[in-house]
Design a protein. Structure first.
Lengths: 235, 235
């Protein structure tokens, strides 16, 4: 049994290090789609998180709670919603994005936006109000003061980005429904692992699983380093 | 003449009236002692004059300042600099805090250099430049905050209890810097709930009592009280 496992891991490493085109195409789809979704969502989500923390408007409480609730919706449900939007008769059917990378990006944006908004809102809420007041009274413009506050909050904001990225790079439900798991087009790491496991081709599934494992280790190491560097503030 | 004028000012928190003031003028070159018991609204008044808070009623406007570009928004912010009782120091070194403030000074390069040198010398921060600001003592923090304001060559500066909870040596340094700013023609509004050497510098008196802000031109009473206190302390 253990020899079988060893052989599988050897095969998996072989696929990775021999630059197997199939495996690396899957990895490339996964990263390009998730990075695109994150980059498009990042700025608007941070601005909304900032607005929820600092701007008084009617219904703010409702929006905050709604965003927090949306975080916990299963990705497959988000996938269903994205599917209904993108299907021929859906609101965005004319775009013809169903079973394309653009459709997957849209689905992943819907998944990562609530995480980014909720976590950046929590970060902005925790900021010492004097940081904003000090930069403004020293003469910083509105945008410079936001930049200064974001710098003060760089650790929790980076945590939000990493959490959002982790959620979309590993999600299966939405990518499967909206992307359709088409080889070389919309097949990403989680959908490929699911497919290869069901076919019994464990070597490729393990190879792709190792990529996610290494990514998780890198992200966790980065988080640990960031947390370690952030020293507690005194007043 | 550069000045800040407030008319028919009223500040409420909900139904609770904090204070009213009919007419206030805070001019360059004047040193004003703002007196009142804890919780009477000294800090709130300073934040109103700094443009960090909006009054419940009344208007605050400036005279003699260069016109602010429309995109800078609120015209009050950055005019009269407000220094918190417990200053906020940005995450990073002492040097970073000084450089950040210098960015907003609007002075030319040569003047910036001279100003930086004198700020470091006067605040005795030479040996602390590379120190992380979060590790500074109370007195050092206040000196750094004052040095940051110094870099901007302020026309009007408001100091909220600047020497409270400070050792004698730091008090002397801060006192010397404030006296020097007075010499340079900076208008100063200094809040304190007790008389000190600092309040003896003042030649105008604003007093918040029974929710009314009253102004008077001389501080004879305050100086006499200080002498009396010093006499009691000495004997």
């Amino acid at each position: 049994m253990s020899e079988g496992w060893l052989a599988l891991i050897q095969q998996a490493l072989g696929l990775l290090f021999s630059r197997d085109p199939e495996v690396w195409s899957i990895i490339s789809v996964s990263f390009s789609v998730s990075f695109a979704a994150l980059l498009i969502t990042l700025l608007p989500s941070m601005i909304l998180g900032f607005a929820l923390a600092f701007v008084q408007f009617p219904g703010r409480w409702l929006v905050t709670n709604l965003v927090q609730t949306l975080q916990s919706i299963p990705t497959v449900v988000v996938g269903l919603l994205a599917y209904l939007l993108l299907t021929r008769n859906g609101a965005l059917g004319d775009l013809r994005w169903l079973f394309t990378q653009k459709g997957m990006i849209l689905g992943q944006m819907m998944i990562c936006a609530p995480v980014l908004i909720a976590m950046s809102h929590a970060a902005f809420t925790s900021v010492d109000r004097r940081a904003w007041e000090t930069s403004r009274t020293l003469g910083a413009s509105w945008s410079s003061a936001i930049w200064v506050v974001c710098r003060e909050l760089r650790v929790p904001l980076l945590l939000a980005i990493i959490a959002a990225f982790s959620r979309i790079i590993t999600e299966v439900g939405c990518s499967m429904m909206v992307g359709g798991n088409i080889a070389h087009v919309t097949r990403n790491i989680p959908t490929a692992i699911s497919l290869e496991t069901s076919k019994g081709d464990f070597a490729q599934a393990i190879a792709l699983g190792l990529v996610l494992l290494v990514l998780a280790l890198i992200l966790n190491f980065a988080l640990g380093t960031l947390r370690g560097r952030a020293s507690p503030r005194s007043h | 003449m550069i000045k800040l004028i407030a008319q028919d000012l009223e500040m409420r928190f909900g139904e609770r009236l904090l204070f009213r003031a009919r007419q206030l003028e805070f001019c360059q070159g004047e040193v004003i002692y703002l007196q009142g018991d804890n919780g009477c609204g000294k800090t709130t008044l300073m934040k109103l004059l700094a443009g960090l808070l909006k009054p419940s009623a009344g208007t605050i406007y400036t005279q003699g300042f260069p016109a602010t570009p429309w995109w800078r928004g609120d015209t009050l912010l950055g005019k009269a600099i407000y220094l918190h009782q417990h200053p906020y120091l940005f995450e990073g070194s002492v040097s970073y805090n000084l450089q950040l403030a210098q960015k907003y000074s609007g002075l030319n390069k040569a003047e910036q250099r001279t100003r930086m040198q004198s700020a470091i010398e006067n605040a005795q921060l030479g040996k602390l430049l590379k120190t992380n600001a979060s590790t500074l003592s109370g007195g050092e923090r206040q000196r750094l905050a004052l040095a940051r304001a110094w870099l901007l060559k302020p026309k009007l500066l408001m100091l909220d209890e600047p020497i409270s909870n400070m050792d004698r040596a730091s008090q002397q340094t801060v006192f010397a810097m404030i006296a020097e700013l007075k010499q340079q023609g900076t208008g100063l509004l200094i809040s304190s709930h007790q008389h000190s050497e600092l309040t003896a510098l003042c030649h105008q008196h604003w007093h918040i009592e029974s929710q009314q802000l009253t102004t008077s031109a001389n501080l004879t009473l305050a100086t006499e009280e200080l002498q009396e206190e010093n006499y009691v302390a000495a004997h």
